[in-house]
Design a protein around this ligand. Structure first.
Ligand SMILES: Nc1ncnc2c1ncn2[C@@H]1O[C@H](COP(=O)(O)OP(=O)(O)OP(=O)(O)O)[C@@H](O)[C@H]1O
Ligand SMILES: [Mg+2]
Length: 260
C-alpha cells in the first residue's frame, strides 16, 4: 500500500501481459485517487485496452497485482467485477441493438439484483420491489444523460453519439465506484466531444465516481483529467498532471513517432 493520506482506489503494480511474442503490458504501475478523473493515453497498440481487460478480469496478467479498495482483483471472477464496483464501456459499442434504450439501460443493473431464477419466475414480492428500484434508477440515468425523448426507441435507430450515451447509462446502472471508459469520444463531432467533457465532470461529481478514461482525443483528455498516464509499447512513459505529461519528451516522441 502506498504511504499517503488518502489510500488509492485503484492500485496497479508491475502488471505484465504477454500474447505469444508480444508484451502488451510491461511492468505497468500506477495508482488512482478516489474521486478523480484519470486519462490513459498512448499510440495505437500501446496496451490501453489490454489494461482495461485486466481490470475487468477478461485477461489474466502473468506478473504483478491489481488492488481495488485494497482487495486483490484476482480474488474475484470476471462476473463479480461489476458488483465489486468496477463498470465499463467498450471500445466497440456492446449494446442489444433491437432492444429499446430503456431496456438496454435497465439490464445494466442486474449484476446487483439478488433474486434468483425461481424467485423471478414466481414473481415474488421482493422481485417486484427490486424491479421497481431498478426502473427508477434507469429513469434517473436516462434523464441525466438526456435520453428521455428516445427512451422507447430501438438502439439501432439512433445516431452513434446517442448510442454511446446509452452505453454510458448502462454502465452507470451497476452503480460503479470506478468507471472505465474506452474511447468515449471516438466518432463524436466537435460539439458532442465538448458535451461529453461537461457530462463526465457532472457524473463524476453528482455520482461521486472515479473515472479512468482511454482516449485519443487529446484536447478532451487534457481538459477533463486530474491525472494522465501515458503508455507506449506496453510501458508506462509518463504519469502526472495533464501539463506535466504534455511536456514530457518521451510522450512527445511517442506521438511524433506514431504520426510519421
Ligand atoms: N487478445 C489478444 N491476442 C493477441 N494480441 C493481443 C490481444 N489483445 C491485444 N493484443 C496486442 O496487444 C497490444 C496492445 O493492444 P491494445 O488493444 O491493448 O492496444 P490499445 O492501446 O488499446 O490500442 P488502440 O488505441 O488501437 O485501441 C497490440 O500489439 C495488440 O495487437
Ligand atoms: Mg484500444
Amino acid at each position: 500500500m502506498p504511504v499517503s493520506a488518502s489510500p488509492a482506489l485503484l492500485e496497479v503494480s508491475g502488471v505484465t501481459v504477454r500474447f505469444g511474442g508480444i508484451t502488451a503490458l510491461d511492468g505497468v504501475s500506477f495508482a488512482i485517487a478516489p474521486g478523480s478523473i484519470a486519462g490513459l493515453i498512448g499510440p495505437n497498440g500501446a496496451g490501453k485496452t489490454t489494461l482495461f481487460n485486466c481490470l475487468s478480469r477478461l485477461y489474466t496478467f502473468s506478473e504483478g497485482s491489481i488492488h481495488f479498495e485494497g482487495q486483490p482483483l484476482t480474488a474475484y471472477a470476471p462476473h463479480q467485477i461489476a458488483a465489486l464496483g468496477i463498470g465499463r464501456t467498450f471500445q466497440n459499442l456492446a449494446l442489444f441493438r433491437t432492444m429499446s434504450v430503456r431496456d438496454n439501460v435497465t439490464i445494466g443493473g442486474h449484476c446487483r439484483s439478488s433474486s434468483g431464477f425461481l424467485a423471478n419466475a414466481l414473481r415474488m414480492p421482493w422481485v417486484r420491489r427490486e424491479e421497481a428500484v431498478l426502473d427508477q434508477r434507469a429513469a434517473g440515468l436516462i434523464t441525466l444523460l438526456d435520453l428521455d425523448s428516445v427512451a422507447h426507441r430501438p438502439v439501432s435507430d439512433l445516431p452513434f453519439g446517442t448510442q454511446k450515451r446509452v452505453e454510458l447509462a448502462r454502465a452507470l446502472m451497476s452503480q460503479p465506484k470506478l468507471l472505465l471508459l474506452d474511447e468515449p469520444a471516438a466518432g463524436l463531432n466537435h460539439e458532442e466531444v465538448d458535451g461529453l467533457r461537461l457530462l463526465l465532470r457532472r457524473i463524476q461529481s453528482e455520482l461521486s465516481l472515479t473515472i479512468l478514461l482511454v482516449e485519443h482525443h487529446m484536447n478532451l483528455v487534457m481538459r477533463v483529467s486530474d491525472q494522465v498516464i501515458a503508455l507506449d509499447f506496453g510501458r508506462k512513459i509518463a504519469d502526472g498532471t495533464p501539463a506535466e505529461v504534455q511536456a514530457n519528451p518521451e510522450v512527445v516522441r511517442a506521438y511524433l513517432g506514431a504520426a510519421q
